[in-house]
Ligand binder design. Structure first.
Ligand code: ADP
Ligand code: MG
Length: 224
C-alpha cells in the first residue's frame, strides 16, 4: 500500500546541506497499523509529509497503492491526497468558524458536490466517535479529546485507504490519549485501512502490527 524507496531528504541551510534522513526504504501492506517513533527532530513529520505528497524527497520514490506520487504534478498529487489519504494532526486543525458537521464535510467539498449520503456518513461517523449530539457545535466548545475525535471522523469521511497521524495524542492527557488511540485503531482496523502513526505513546506500540524507529537518519524496524 505504501512503498518508500531510497528516500533521502536534505534541507539547504545557508551554504550547508542538512541531511534529515538517507536511503529510507520501507513497505507497508494494506491493512497494517504501523507506528513510527524517534526523538524530536529526526524527521518523522517530514517522512509523513513525503508519504502524503505534501512534500517531495530530495531523491527516491514514494508509491502509494501502486502510484508513484513523486512523479505526479503538484496538482495531481493534491487530488491524489484528497482521494486516498486522511490526516490526523497533533493540534487537531479544525476550522474554528465551521461547526463540527461542516468541518467533517469539508474534505468532501474540496473534491466534489456533497449530497445526502455524505451527510448521512458524517452523522454516522460522529456517532462512532461518540459525538452525535455535537454536530452543530463549534470546535472551541469541545475539549481537546472531543476535538481530536472530530478530527478522526474528518480523516475518515472520504473513505481514504490510508490514514496518517502525526502525534495525534501529543496534546492530550494520558487517559484521553489512550481512548483516542483505541478509537483510531478500532475504526481503521474495522474497515481494513492502512495506518501510519507517529507517536511517543507506549500503548500504541502494543496495538501496532509493526514498529519503526527513525534515528540518526536511518529507519529501523523493531524485532517483535
Ligand atoms: P520530527 O517530526 O521527527 O520532530 P521534523 O520532520 O519536523 O522532525 O524535522 C526534521 C528536521 O528537519 C529538523 O531538524 C527540522 O529542523 C528540519 N526541517 C523541517 N522542515 C524544514 C524546512 N522546511 N526547512 C529546513 N529544515 C527543516
Ligand atoms: Mg514532528
Amino acid at each position: 500500500m505504501i512503498e518508500l524507496r531510497d528516500l533521502t531528504k536534505v534541507y539547504r541551510e545557508g551554504d550547508r546541506d542538512r541531511v534529515v534522513f538517507r536511503d529510507v526504504t520501507c513497505r507497508i501492506d494494506a491493512g497494517e497499523v504501523v507506528v513510527l517513533m524517534g526523538p524530536s527532530g529526526t524527521g518523522k513529520s517530514t517522512l509523513l509529509n513525503l508519504v502524503s505528497g505534501i512534500d517531495l524527497p530530495t531523491s527516491g520514490d514514494v508509491r502509494v497503492n501502486g502510484t508513484s506520487t513523486t512523479s505526479l504534478s503538484e496538482r495531481d498529487r493534491t487530488v491524489f491526497r484528497r482521494n486516498h489519504i486522511g490526516f490526523v494532526f497533533q493540534f487537531f486543525n479544525l476550522i474554528p468558524t465551521l461547526t463540527v458537521e461542516e468541518n467533517l464535510l469539508l474534505p468532501l467539498e474540496l473534491s466534489r458536490r456533497v449530497g445526502p449520503t455524505d451527510h448521512e456518513r458524517a452523522r454516522s461517523l460522529l456517532e462512532r466517535v461518540g459525538l452525535a449530539d455535537r454536530s452543530g457545535t463549534y470546535p472551541d466548545r469541545l475539549s481537546g479529546g472531543e476535538q481530536q475525535r472530530v478530527a478522526i471522523a474528518r480523516a475518515l469521511v472520504h473513505e481514504p485507504q490510508i490514514v496518517l497521524a502525526d502525534e495525534p495524542t501529543g496534546n492530550l492527557d494520558t487517559d484521553t490519549g489512550r481512548r483516542v488511540l483505541a478509537l483510531m485503531d478500532e475504526l481503521v482496523r474495522g474497515s481494513g485501512r492502512t495506518m501510519l502513526v507517529v507517536t511517543h505513546s507506549p500503548e500504541l506500540v502494543t496495538l501496532a502490527d509493526r514498529v519503526f524507529d527513525l534515528r540518526d537518519g536511518r529507519l529501523e524496524e523493531r524485532s517483535s
